[in-house]
Design a protein around this ligand. Structure first.
Ligand code: SAM
Ligand code: SF4
Ligand code: F3S
Length: 488
């Protein structure tokens, strides 16, 4: 396996395939007497979402639109995640659904891509049990999607295309159709070299490779000029951005350069690995007003013994040093984390270590997971897997503690007025807007009549910034009332 950087000329075959598909879909639409459509479902993390935005972009170039419902679409794509077993189960469940749809629409093309396709047993399962899947390809080949699709529509057997190379075709060479009006996802690096013993990602996403500094900055400048208020710099370990690069640029260099671009009010980044984050990054977060005051810092475990076996090269003392430093330098900021319960060999004492760090760090939010065996990883071979009932019981205790902390963090907002970036209508009411503070707190709020913008329905407020006064804390959100619109 090797890293292969692709230049513009190497993507010429893709442009040709797009042009051919455009003609083909145009003729197909004429024959069917209706538009040709696709449906793309995305599972997993923001890196998968970013990949899906590229697939949307390629479809737009092919001249076809997204269908709301997968059953009605002519092309269905499932962009999968392999990080835990339940993510995988969901895919196979959903695939079954399309068997009937395909019976009704024989021309339907079903494609599966994403991290699961880098796990050989999943590809075998598709070959054996899902013969009606037409195309399978891996995340390394997003840039090849047009030629793969063209190949697939012109042949009758299943098209399985898994590559051995870790390609990087810079994002500037690929069309991107962004799915949110206010937020742009910007991967700054691909892959992962950390091989945490529980994790499948290094096997699915390949070796770490950073994008060129100037390319990222010029993309960010373009996004700011286009009116995006929020950018999310993405990577499995953003703090190792640029390692080994010729220009010697590091993540702090990138953050500073991004912060200097006029127009963004929120620059977010994730994830930060505790082994690599420097004091400098926290100092930049403290001093640059447009960098989000929120640090996502996955802990995984509060047991130094387990951290070693997990191949996470930091200990709880180092972790707490980062937390304390952040709390001191970024007052009002928030910290979120990822925690795994039930890693092989986890004792009650190890688990108590996790509870202890959770109490000390007072996480403002946390993604908590029950350990899931990922075949092919080191931890999957470990003999002392923790029985399911013990994992569930510990998980419940952790969840209770963490939920209390989230509530406390929300309560601390009451009475304050802070800037909120509006994300849209709340899921519960058409009169309530939802958004996030600079500290990433979720806020639901009402808009007094006198502050409403004439002729603009609340459903179109997405992307606006406003000040909100917080009036009430809920277990997972804060409630408030808009005080003023900052821009319109
Ligand atoms: N690169 C990020 C980091 O190290 O901070 C994490 C990315 S991973 C996609 C997201 C989270 O999934 C991890 O932080 C970990 O908590 C969780 N995870 C990964 N493998 C897992 C497994 N086998 N079982 C349960 N949770 C897992
Ligand atoms: Fe997985 Fe660890 Fe890489 Fe994160 S840093 S993606 S947890 S191997
Ligand atoms: Fe899942 Fe792949 Fe992301 S395994 S969490 S989609 S990197």
């Amino acid at each position: 396996m090797s890293i292969v950087r692709l230049e513009e000329a190497e993507l010429q075959p893709q442009h040709k395939a797009v042009a051919e598909l455009r003609d083909l879909f145009f003729n197909m639409a004429a024959a069917k007497g209706r538009p040709v459509t696709y449906n793309l479902r995305t599972y997993g993390c923001q890196l998968n979402e970013a990949d899906s935005e590229k697939i949307h972009g390629m479809f737009a170039e092919m001249g076809i639109n997204s269908a709301l419902d997968g059953d009605d679409a002519d092309i269905v794509i499932l962009n999968t995640c392999a990080v835990r077993e339940n993510a995988e189960d969901r895919l196979f469940g959903n695939l079954g659904e399309f068997k009937i749809a395909k019976k009704k629409n024989r021309d339907m093309v079903i494609a599966v891509c994403g991290c699961m396709m880098k796990v050989p047993s999943n590809v075998e399962r598709i070959k054996k049990s899902f013969p009606y899947v037409d195309l399978v390809f891996d995340p390394q080949q997003i840039h090849n999607f047009p030629s793969l699709l063209l190949e697939t529509v012109s042949k009758s057997q299943q098209n399985i295309s898994i590559t051995d190379n870790d390609y990087i075709a810079d994002d500037k060479l690929i069309p991107i159709q962004r799915q949110r009006k206010f937020r742009a996802l910007v991967p700054i690096m691909y892959g992962c070299n950390n091989f945490c013993s529980f994790c499948i990602v290094p096997y699915t996403r390949g070796r770490e490779r950073s994008r060129d500094f100037d390319s990222v900055i010029s993309e960010l400048e373009g996004l700011a000029a286009a009116g995006y208020k929020e950018v999310m710099l993405l990577g499995q370990n953003v703090n190792s951005y640029g390692k080994g690069s010729a220009d010697g640029k590091t993540f702090p260099d990138l953050l500073r350069a991004a912060a200097a671009i006029k127009g963004f009010s929120r620059i977010r980044f994730m994830s930060s690995h505790p082994k690599d984050i420097s004091d400098e990054v926290i100092e930049i977060m403290a001093s640059e007003p447009n960098i989000e005051k929120h640090l996502h810092l996955p802990l995984q475990s509060g047991s130094d013994r387990l951290l070693k076996i997990m191949n996470r090269p930091y200990d709880t003392e180092k972790y707490m040093h980062i937390v304390d430093n952040f709390r001191r330098l970024v007052p009002g900021g928030s910290i979120s984390t990822d925690i795994i319960v039930g890693f092989p060999g986890e004792t009650e004492e190890d688990f108590e270590g996790t509870m202890d760090i959770v109490r000390r760090a007072k996480f403002d939010s946390a993604f908590t997971f029950q350990y899931s065996i990922r075949p092919g990883t080191k931890a999957a071979e470990m003999e002392d897997q923790v029985p399911h009932d013990i994992v569930t019981e510990r998980f419940g205790r952790l969840l209770k503690l963490q939920n209390d902390l989230v509530f406390e963090s929300n309560k601390a907002k009451i009475g304050k007025v802070e800037e909120v970036l509006i994300e849209g209508l709340s899921s519960t009411s058409d009169d309530i807007l939802t958004g996030r503070t600079k500290s990433n707190h979720l806020v639901n709020f009402t808009v007094p009549d006198e502050l409403k913008i004439p002729d603009l329905p609340l459903s179109s407020y997405e992307g606006l910034l406003c000040d909100v006064k917080f009036t009430k804390a809920k277990p997972y959100s804060v409630e408030g009332v808009m005080e003023r619109i900052i821009n319109d």
